[in-house]
Write a protein of this length. Sequence first.
Length: 197
Amino acid sequence: MKENIIPHEFKITKTERAEIKGHNSFLLWFTGLSGSGKSTIANAVEQELYKQKIHTYTLDGDNVRKGLNNDLTFTPEDRTENIRRIAEVANLFVKAGVVVLAAFVSPYKKDREMIKKTVKDVNFVEIFIDTPIEECEKRDVKGLYAKARKGLINDFTGINAPYEAPDKATITIDTTKVSVSESVEIILKAIQPKLEL
């Protein structure tokens, strides 16, 4: 069946879309443990980009799991499929000229490498929110760590499922040392050259 799928070649390019928007597009991939601050920081970065008239869209773990990926569990295989689908969606947005902010635990290095291949290395900015698990458990705003410790949640990253930290993230932020506003400044400074045409 796959041999019968022939992608259509469209005439408008990513470069042309960037020209009418006035900025380049790429993917900001926020990875880290649950409760590390990924979504909080991504949201704050998006607000600042919006003020600069940058076209953005945020993909977030819980939101995508409730819609596009509501048929998936948290087994290693389904986690990989979850990230694969998100990478494909992010790639479409990047091609459309949008700066995508994606906040996902994405615990496996191989999956993050797959994302980089999907969107192309030049369009991939890996942001590791390197918050220690002890701090994440203190925050535990959703009560997930407590449930995992009681054995009520299986395959919970950091407790009974692994998290493989990035070796060379583009940006690394420890939220026990850096505030949300400082994190935003660090990220915006790092991506400014990528935004420019």
